[in-house]
Design a protein around this ligand. Structure first.
Ligand SMILES: [Zn+2]
Length: 363
């Protein structure tokens, strides 16, 4: 089995909002939440520590995420924000959530801040015997930069372990985003200049095309798209959430990696939860991966950014996926498409690992 890197998981948001305990097996969380408002709101979980082990999920990009109040008008309204100070509190609290998780379960989760941290972490996964549990490493990613009150605050966020920043979710004061198109603002340009001084990795996902294309031109640091799919395979989607081929080519030219999301509505235009899981298969995911590889002319720019538990659950993922461990099922399907073992290792994990190795600080 290959080591898997999942470049987008909203763990802290789910712990903060729904009290999910990701040290439990998936089946136990599903049993505890069965029939509850949590499942109605966000679906059945796909994550649990035993499943991380089983699927060799060695590394995840663990997000800090909160939504603006205008997109959250139900019982979970207290976990959304109305202004920058409220956003800051929610995002900052999620750092504490990850710290607590690691303090209480150092055998299960680990935080990766530097390239040496990453090497040490990967060494734990090197032996081929699966006797001992190995922690899943977490690189912290902020989705929607409204939690950063000003660029001066970046030093503090860096010291807290944050390494990847996506300026947008919907539109933010930094840039146009999902549902709310627009360019980078002047504040957004200032943020990018300040981010580059630390070599924060820029996450293009959720940025509107206009903002993303400018960022691809001007950002001096490294970049990725943590969880985005190719718009070319999603005709008439009516959303700006996907990547145009122009954006994909830009990310490839900048040596970035794109994590393909396994959300059914991002794999087939028009899919709705009421359609059921049947029509969407892992072949849709393979097609997305293949599209990136065809544009790149190699297998070094595609990865996985499942976005599981990112506002949707089991009900909204491709047939064949029951938990995170089933990401391993992508390997034989890639082989059927003609991908070599080393290409498959690259796509499932090595591409993001190499990118981090190059771009995390050396101490
Ligand atoms: Zn997202």
């Amino acid at each position: 089995m290959h080591l898997i890197v999942d470049a987008h998981e909203d763990l802290a948001h789910n712990i903060q909002s729904f009290g999910r305990d990701y040290t439990r097996p998936v089946a136990e969380t599903r049993r505890i939440e069965h029939g509850s408002a949590v499942v109605e709101h966000t679906g059945n979980t796909l994550f649990g520590f035993p499943e991380y082990q089983q699927g060799k999920i060695t590394l995840i990009f663990a997000t800090l995420f909160a939504s603006p109040r205008r997109y959250q008008n139900d019982a979970w309204v207290k976990f959304s924000y109305n202004n920058t100070d409220e956003a800051h509190r929610l995002y900052r609290n999620q750092i504490d959530i990850y710290r607590r998780l690691i303090e209480e379960h150092p055998d299960k989760f680990d935080i990766i801040r530097t390239a040496p941290d990453l090497s040490l972490h990967l060494s734990k996964w090197q032996d081929t015997e699966d006797k001992h549990p190995r922690p899943t490493g977490m690189v912290l990613l902020m989705e929607g930069a409204e939690g950063i009150r000003s660029p001066e605050e970046l030093e503090e966020w860096w010291d807290l372990g944050l390494r990847i920043i996506g300026p947008a979710w919907v539109g933010t004061r930094y840039c146009g985003g999902w549902h709310e198109p627009g360019p980078l603002t002047n504040e957004g340009r200032e943020l990018l200049v300040a981010m580059a001084e630390y070599n924060f990795i820029l996450d293009i996902s959720h940025m509107d095309e206009e903002a993303a294309l400018e960022a691809l031109d001007i950002y001096k640091g490294a970049l990725i798209a943590s969880h985005s799919n190719a718009a070319a395979l999603l005709p008439n989607s009516g959303t700006n959430r996907h990547l145009s081929d122009r954006m994909i080519r830009g990310i490839i030219e900048r040596d970035g990696v794109i994590g393909i999301a396994l959300f059914n509505a991002f794999l087939q235009t028009g899919w709705k939860k009421s359609d059921g899981r049947e029509p969407i298969t892992l072949a849709h995911v393979i097609a997305q991966i293949d599209h990136i590889c065809q544009l790149a002319g190699d297998a070094y720019h595609a990865g996985i950014g499942s976005d599981f538990d990112g506002g949707f659950g089991l009900e909204s993922v491709p047939r064949g996926i029951d938990t995170i461990a089933d990401l391993q099922k992508l390997a034989p399907l890639l082989a059927e498409q003609g991908y070599t073992e080393s290409d498959i290792a690259a796509i499932l994990g090595k591409n993001f690992i190499n990118h981090l190795n190059k771009n995390l600080p050396s101490l």
